[in-house]
Ligand binder design. Structure first.
Ligand SMILES: NC(=O)c1ccc[n+]([C@@H]2O[C@H](COP(=O)([O-])OP(=O)(O)OC[C@H]3O[C@@H](n4cnc5c(N)ncnc54)[C@H](OP(=O)(O)O)[C@@H]3O)[C@@H](O)[C@H]2O)c1
Length: 330
């Protein structure tokens, strides 16, 4: 079968496109015919070796896939039938084969139904961001109605998914974004949107957080750009506020620890790769609700053939990629 795979970790050029044996699903797995697979930052971390995980070379690249059941579980589990539209967001790490292939054998407890009528390419574009945002807010952030939440980089994939889900949870959401994206963020429900490049960014953020929270401060602070300003973040925290760290693989920020602990503040880091099967299933349920009602949508999707996997990784890493990149097997 056709696949985009690598034989060793390294730069984007280690990705080859060619034929590999079609997988045979083991008991407990389902063979999925892949319709679309996303290119996410984490795929470049796994391919480069920056995120250490068990790989089985030749390793197909990619984590998220949307497709159709081709062969059911050989153990006879009736959960999925041939032809069912499905998705997964936990392939390509932890010893599992990757998603960038014509077929993938997916453990059935990591496979979810795609709601009727949802376009596979559109779904592939938002699954990773949508599940990450759910985990950030509900598993690690403990978001509550009435909270005040800051989302940095809210026009991005994870940022926009955080904004939509925090608003849905009943929070007031203050965001940062590029000047030309502020209106988009307001259209998703941001109560205040601030240009991250404005010279008086810190003062404007302080004002917006004070207004949104009635002077209480932030219950949750999440920066998705990897450019952390922890001095400012800790200053903005409400009593028992949480900074959720999810971006900035190479970040080495200093923590203003005295100011953090004296307001019972905390910094909670997480990576979706460590999520349990139960946490991922809960996230999948939330993502499916948002897919069904159309509120989790990518603004701009670029569809490429699977043969473009190496160049897709290169453009995502160099920051030149425009829109969400989705690969489609031919
Ligand atoms: N921990 C986890 O489990 C997990 C899971 C998924 C993703 N992530 C991480 O989350 C991060 C975001 O991923 P993504 O897919 O959402 O990427 P993305 O779509 O590229 O979003 C990043 C956003 O940050 C904005 N930005 C750039 N500079 C900024 C600044 N100085 N201040 C505020 N925002 C700024 C960008 O805006 P412009 O385009 O206008 O510059 C863009 O909208 C990545 O680092 C990824 O590795 C972590």
């Amino acid at each position: 079968m056709q696949a985009a795979f690598f034989r060793a970790t390294g730069g984007p050029e280690v990705i080859e496109h060619g034929l590999v044996p079609r997988p045979v699903p083991a008991p407990g797995s389902v063979l999925v015919r892949v319709a679309a697979t996303a290119v996410n930052h984490v795929d470049t971390f796994v391919r480069s070796g920056k995120y250490a995980t068990e790989l089985a070379f030749p390793q197909a690249a990619g984590r998220d896939l949307v497709g159709v059941v081709e062969e059911t579980d050989p153990a006879g589990d009736p959960g999925f039938a041939r032809g069912d539209a499905v998705w997964s967001n936990s392939m390509g790490f932890g010893g599992r084969p990757g998603a960038a292939a014509r077929f993938a054998a997916v453990p059935r407890d990591r496979l979810y139904r795609l709601p009727d009528g949802v376009d596979p390419v559109q779904a592939a574009a938002v699954l990773h961001a949508g599940a990450t945002a759910y985990l950030a807010l509900h598993v690690h952030g403990d978001v509550q109605g009435g909270d005040t939440v800051f989302v940095g980089g809210a026009a991005g994939g994870v940022g926009s998914a955080l904004l939509v889900q925090a608003v849905r949870a009943g929070a007031r959401v203050v965001v940062s974004a590029r000047a030309t994206d502020l209106e988009y963020c307001r259209s998703l429900g941001a109560s205040a949107a601030i240009d991250y490049a404005s010279p008086d960014f810190a003062a404007r953020l302080r004002g917006a957080v004070a207004d949104a929270s009635g002077g209480r401060g932030l219950d949750i602070h999440i920066e998705t750009s990897g450019r952390h300003q922890l001095e400012l973040a800790v200053d903005l925290l409400a009593l028992r506020g949480r900074i959720i760290a999810l971006s900035g693989l190479a970040a080495t920020n200093q923590v203003p620890l005295g100011r953090l602990y004296t307001r019972d503040g905390s910094i909670r880091g997480f990576a979706i790769s460590n999520a349990t099967v139960a946490e991922l299933a809960a996230a999948a349920g939330a993502v499916n609700e948002l897919l069904e009602d159309g509120s989790l949508r990518a603004r701009d999707v670029t569809v490429l053939p699977l043969s473009a996997a190496a160049s897709a990784h290169a453009s995502l890493e160099s920051g030149t990629a425009r829109g969400k990149l989705v690969l489609v097997p031919q």
